[in-house]
Write a protein that binds this ligand. Structure first.
Ligand code: XMP
Length: 510
């Protein structure tokens, strides 16, 4: 399989670059720069390497560096922003430190003839975000683009297949960014663009068939898109050697437990064990209000339940999970800050009784997981189901979790979803749900004063859940949901709509 390596220097745009490459049907992988060597890169057969941006200055001793030998290895490299400066520095060029010039935002650049700029007009707009810049390109390199401020907005040593741009081709503000990346991937790295989701599905099934053989696998099934796709993929690989354990922790959406059970036993004919562990989870969560603590407890309890159920099945060496790429990124890599620990990654306790954890989707973005689901023939309604977090309603119940509060939230949430779907708004919404806040407020019903709960409604639109926009829902839909919730859900006297995008908020409230 053709693949491009994106080295992780701690920058914000690594995932975006990987997506842009994958959109061209070439598989891209992100790996921390300090965990891979030039020899590994060559051995593993990457067609090209991208040095992306990063927050550092190359003159800072602690900044990410890479073995200069890679520049001699004959493998195509594209440096972007910090990656451009790093390439110049590694090859003996001169970088100018901050303050002399700095460019931020849309900037016009002019380029000369270069394979990298094939199909790009001589002058066009790019997105700049830098303080340092390359003042003198290394020997053997040519300047291939300039801006008003930047004497080397792009440089290359075509003979050694080394290319670099000071600007960001991966962001949409760079008008011809896609063309520039495409030129690198196809014309410089020589890729053909044959990576498709059905190839991914077929090769992953073959891989696990071989790896697992006739051993047993337990899959943690939540009924959400990710774990469902992971389960179907593994079911196709090992059939009845896969047993799905579906833990009903009592924090599912209304009637969801029955839906999941029915879908997987009837539609897919899988081995499924439903564990009704509602009370066990509620007991553990009693009095806990801190979000990370809730996630940790639920993550740990999940594993305990699996261990217990797994033991009943005899020796089960493998535990499969539907972890996807954003879960890993947002749980914090070595370099990136932890935003929240997604329960299937950050919350795992150290002592696990399984020999190995299998995460077939760990390199995929959400939309790619859906494409795999479609390729596997999973029913559309399930593939396009909105995501649901592993810790369930626990992260939508702000404050303490009690059975009564869970019911209140389930009922409010069901009404909101029903109204939104009835009005045909779900097509443009990626995720929509209710949150039970810990705010109480004064209201009035008839002539009587009430002091009741506040429910927040959340609806977001996004491709990849790394960023999200709040959805502009029609007022009449919001009004209908609000009036039904206050009328039908006992104890709720106020409904608010969350109009915050991600960032600065996250999709879930906790
Ligand atoms: P956030 O709140 O991080 O959510 O912006 C991004 C997406 O991830 C889902 N989410 C989770 N999924 N385990 C999961 O499998 C979790 O612990 C978890 N927390 C959030 C969230 O619903 C949204 O789709």
């Amino acid at each position: 399989m053709e693949k491009i390596l994106v080295l992780d220097f701690g920058g914000q745009y690594n995932q975006l670059i990987a997506r842009r490459v994958r959109e061209q049907h070439v598989y891209a992988e992100i790996r921390p720069y300090h965990k891979i060597t030039t020899a590994d890169i060559l051995k593993e057969g990457y067609k090209g390497v991208i040095f992306p941006g990063g927050p550092n200055s190359v003159y800072d001793e602690t900044s990410p560096r890479f073995d200069p030998e890679i520049l001699q290895a004959g493998i195509p490299i594209l440096g972007i922003c910090y990656g451009c400066q790093l390439m110049a520095w590694m090859a003996g060029g001169e970088i100018c430190e901050a303050n002399e010039i700095s460019e931020y935002g849309k900037t016009e650049f002019t380029h000369t003839q270069s394979v990298l700029f094939r199909g790009v007009p001589e002058k066009s707009v790019c997105w700049m975000s830098h303080t340092d810049y390359v003042k003198r390109v290394p020997e053997g390199f040519n300047v291939t683009a300039v801006t008003g401020h930047c004497p080397a907005a792009a440089m290359e040593n075509a003979a050694r297949k080394l290319y670099a741009v000071q600007f960001h081709p991966e962001v949409t503000h760079t008008r011809f960014g896609r063309e520039i990346l495409r030129n690198f991937i196809f014309d410089i790295c020589g890729c053909t663009g044959d990576w498709r989701m059905d190839d991914f599905a077929a090769s992953t099934i073959a891989f696990y068939k071989e790896k697992i053989g006739d051993k047993k696998v337990v899959c943690a099934l939540s009924g959400g898109v990710d774990s469902s796709v992971a389960a179907v993929l593994l079911h196709m690989a090992v059939g009845k050697n896969l047993t799905c354990i579906f833990v009903d922790h009592g924090l599912l959406r209304k009637d969801e437990g029955d839906f999941v059970e029915e879908t997987f036993t009837k539609t897919f004919n899988m081995n499924l064990i439903r564990v009704n562990a509602q009370k066990r989870f509620l007991d553990k969560l009693r009095g806990v209000t801190e979000p990370e603590e809730k996630r940790r407890i639920i993550g740990e309890e999940f594993i305990r339940v699996f261990e217990e159920e797994g033991k009943k099945l005899g020796k089960v060496p493998y535990l499969a999970q539907g972890t996807i790429y954003p879960d890993i990124i947002e749980s914090g890599s070595d370099k990136a800050a932890t935003i929240k620990s997604h329960h299937n990654v950050g919350g795992l306790p150290d002592a696990i009784d399984f020999d190995e954890i299998i995460e077939p989707l760990r390199n995929l973005f959400k939309d790619e997981v859906r494409a795999v689901g479609e390729a596997l023939g999973i029913p559309h309604a399930l593939v396009w189901r909105q995501p649901f977090p592993g810790p369930g309603l626990a992260v939508r119940l702000i404050g303490e979790i009690t059975e009564e509060r869970v019911h209140t939230l389930q009922n409010a949430d069901a009404i909101f979803r029903e109204e939104l779907e009835k009005a045909g708004c779900s097509k443009n919404a990626s995720q929509y749900f209710a949150v039970l806040t810990d705010t109480k407020s004064v209201g009035v019903i008839g002539d009587a004063r009430t002091y009741g709960h506040t429910v927040a409604l959340r609806c977001v639109t996004t491709d990849d859940f790394m960023t999200a926009e709040w959805t502009r829902l029609p007022y009449d839909v919001l009004e209908k949901a609000s009036s039904r919730i206050t009328n039908e859900v006992h104890g709720v006297n106020r409904v608010v709509y969350d109009i915050t995008s991600k960032p600065p908020a996250t999709v879930e409230w906790e």
